[in-house]
Design a protein around this ligand. Structure first.
Ligand code: SF4
Length: 155
């Protein structure tokens, strides 16, 4: 029982002014190829269940307080994962009116994944770093290294 949850990772995602490009790449993490649920990772609906708060976007003024309250509601240890250049304080909206310093920068991200948008592989690597930082067991190797399943027989 004690080892049953060593790989688990609850991820609560926050959109803080993103263009949704980063979200499209994050969505790929739950497709049959990346399938992060096989690592014991899952997207959770509440910060109360989160080990990682992933954030995208430059931090819009409208989201700032909600993001801070979400982070405050998460139990320790909970890390912030900045996904994308905007969250890292750069990207196309840096310096725009109502754009903050980057959602990840403002919330003290422990891991930053760069790219506009970053690839699912890069985001997965960031999650892997976050899981190790909070003392979870290393998840499986890169899914691209795994052999593809046999073709299904023709009917
Ligand atoms: S990093 Fe690029 S893809 Fe991601 S939210 Fe910013 S502009 Fe959109």
């Amino acid at each position: 029982m004690s080892n049953s949850f060593t790989h688990s990772l609850g991820i609560r995602h926050l959109v803080c002014g993103s263009c949704n490009g980063c979200e499209h790449e994050m969505n790929a993490l739950t497709n049959p190829f990346y399938d992060i649920t096989r690592d014991g990772w899952d997207v959770v609906a509440s910060p109360r269940h989160a080990d990682v708060i992933s954030v995208t976007g430059p931090m819009s003024a409208a989201m700032r307080e909600a993001a801070q309250r979400t982070l405050a509601a998460a139990p320790a240890p909970c890390l912030v994962l900045a996904v994308g250049d905007c969250a890292a304080g750069e990207g196309p909206w840096a310096g725009a009116p109502d754009a903050g310093r980057g959602a990840g920068i403002e919330l003290g991200a422990a891991v930053v994944v760069r790219g506009c948008p970053p690839t699912p592989d890069a985001i997965r690597q960031g999650l892997r770093e976050a899981s190790l930082l909070i003392g979870r067991a290393a998840p499986r190797a890169d899914p691209a290294d795994e052999p593809l399943p046999e073709e299904l027989p023709a009917r």
